[in-house]
Ligand binder design. Structure first.
Ligand SMILES: *[C@@H]1O[C@H](CO)[C@@H](O)[C@H](O)[C@H]1NC(C)=O
Ligand SMILES: *[C@@H]1O[C@H](CO)[C@@H](O)[C@H](O)[C@H]1NC(C)=O
Ligand SMILES: *[C@@H]1O[C@H](CO)[C@@H](O)[C@H](O)[C@H]1NC(C)=O
Ligand SMILES: *[C@@H]1O[C@H](CO)[C@@H](O)[C@H](O)[C@H]1NC(C)=O
Length: 485
């Protein structure tokens, strides 16, 4: 045999084994982000809610009971997508505002790019919120074959506008044709279309960061009307928004079944931060909510279901952080382990119900919050140390149903940057007993570790509004192209 034939035969053998292995190793992946969904806003925790599809996934899959994220949207999404803590990418301070020349740093390879390399078709429908000042920052330039959705934090669910200007795109084109149509319907229709025309030779990755259930509190009446027994109007509409999201998820799974993709699909569903209490989200019995480092802001509703899970129908109590999804999903997709990020590949732990490889994480590190008062938090094992201002919202909020105005808040400002609070969140998950004076050694240990991490902190990248972002310059639509990153 001459060398050419030998090489060709070897290549063919490798190809055959790759293709053979690929069929079972590459599940379709559907990653759903429920915006601002609270801990207590799903049926499997709260019988007031109507979420049959989410509950079914929870029953047939794995509830991720100790899944932590950042207290806000852009920081959490940056962590999901890049596997890097926001305090290292400059996104730890706040959400990215519409006119800021900022985006998730372009030096990180993000989930869709990793999956594209593994042969996946990659589509995103929903909210980006990782910056759009430069076209290079936007989804179709960062690994998505297609994008349908919006760039900013929030907008009208029917008009798809923010601050009076359109924020809605079909790939790069501003999209005006959906005015008046509720976003969960429009998004779901697009997702169903993507699924039905998908080329079955490729595995499919769908990133579905729905608008529901973020402020503004808006839903078609048919959903609100399912909750006549909820007295508080805002909460009643909110419950309808959650129900609309659940129905959307049901329609997506139906479309996958119809196409024959469902059995080989892995689902991940998570909130991006705790419920926004002022907008009728609820995190009871956890303390605090969105914007805060309390458990109610950072320990969120999450689950996995479907292809590849060996142990199902149980609650996984291993520690997971938002940064773990990039390495974990790459691993679930059969890729080479990603080890150059903060995230840890937890695929084997989650799919087999084994202890988590994660034993500690950073809640946040930000020196800009409240002038002269930073915000920092670390978890090691069962202990959580907070330093400085943990953020509003604070307090314990029961589900709002009794009256029209039973939302209240106990704001606690620690106007002292060195203020420390220690909790054992396994024994005391609702953070009622500060242990700083009882356990000085534990405080010292966690503080020392936190300060180690802090050496890697970069300054928050939070510039003033760039006047070139003004949508009036671009036909009244929020449009990229006014910065170069
Ligand atoms: C809400 O409160 C009303 C009046 O107290 C009560 O009748 C109803 O059952 C409550 N609904 C829920 C979902 O708790
Ligand atoms: C990526 O860029 C960010 C922001 O400029 C920087 O903080 C970070 O160190 C860079 N990371 C790598 C791995 O290059
Ligand atoms: C969206 O547009 C409508 C109609 O022009 C306007 O009344 C509304 O205030 C706008 N809303 C936002 C959030 O921009
Ligand atoms: C789900 O599909 C049903 C049947 O086609 C449709 O009536 C409903 O509006 C869809 N829901 C969403 C949220 O897209």
């Amino acid at each position: 045999m001459d060398n050419t034939i030998m090489a060709t035969t070897a290549t063919a053998l490798i190809l055959v084994s790759l293709i053979g292995g690929a069929v079972s190793q590459r599940p379709n992946i559907v990653f759903i982000v429920a915006d601002d969904l609270g801990w207590n806003d799903v049926g499997f925790r709260n019988s007031e809610m109507l979420t049959p599809n989410i509950d079914k996934m929870a029953r047939e899959g794995v509830i991720l009971d100790r899944h932590y994220v950042q207290p806000l949207c852009s920081p959490s999404r940056s962590a999901f997508m890049s596997g890097v803590y926001p305090f290292k990418s400059g996104l730890q301070h706040d959400v990215i505002q519409a006119g800021q020349s900022v985006c998730l740093p372009l030096n990180y390879t993000i989930i869709p790019q990793e999956l594209q390399r593994l042969g996946y078709a990659t589509h995103m429908v929903g909210k980006w919120h990782l910056g759009f000042c430069d076209w290079a920052c936007t989804p179709t330039f960062r690994g998505f074959d297609s994008f349908f959705g919006y760039y900013n934090s929030e907008e009208d669910y029917y008009m798809h506008n923010m601050s009076g200007f359109l924020d809605f795109r079909d790939n790069q084109e501003a999209e005006w044709d959906y005015e008046g149509q509720y976003s969960a319907w429009v998004f779901t229709q697009r997702i169903v279309d993507i699924i039905s025309t998908h080329n079955m030779d490729q595995p499919l990755f769908l990133y579905l960061p729905y608008q529901n259930v973020h402020f503004p509190t808006e839903v078609p009446k048919i959903y609100e009307d399912k909750f006549p027994h909820v007295v508080n109007t805002g909460r009643r509409i909110f419950d309808g928004m959650v129900n609309a999201l659940d129905e959307a998820i049901g329609n997506v799974t139906d479309a996958l079944k119809k196409k024959g993709l469902y059995d080989n699909t892995l689902f991940l569903l998570t909130a991006d931060n705790g419920g926004e209490i002022f907008s009728h989200g609820n995190n009871w019995p956890l303390r605090g909510g969105k914007h805060s480092l309390w458990e109610g802001g950072t320990r969120v509703t999450a689950l996995m279901a479907g292809a590849g899970l060996q142990k199902t129908g149980y609650t996984y109590d291993g520690m997971i952080h938002a940064v773990d999804w990039l390495p974990t999903l790459v691993s679930a997709a059969g890729g080479t382990p990603v080890t150059d990020r903060d995230g840890i590949d937890l695929w084997d732990s989650i799919r087999n119900g084994l202890p988590s490889k994660r034993t500690e994480f950073i809640y946040n590190l930000d020196d800009l919050i409240i002038p002269k008062e930073g915000q920092a938090g670390i978890r090691m094992g069962d202990y959580k140390l907070l330093m400085g201002f943990p953020g509003t919202q604070d307090g314990w909020h029961r589900p709002m149903n009794n009256t029209e105005d039973d939302i209240y808040e106990t704001t606690v400002y620690n106007l002292n940057p060195d203020k420390l609070q220690l909790f054992n969140v396994m024994d005391d998950p609702t953070e009622r007993h500060d242990l700083t004076s009882k356990l000085p050694d534990v405080v010292a240990k966690l503080k020392a570790r936190l300060l180690e991490y802090k050496k890697q902190m970069v300054a928050p990248n939070y510039p003033a509004t760039n006047p070139n972002s003004d949508p009036r310059k671009y036909g009244n639509a929020w449009t990229p192209g006014w910065c170069k990153l």
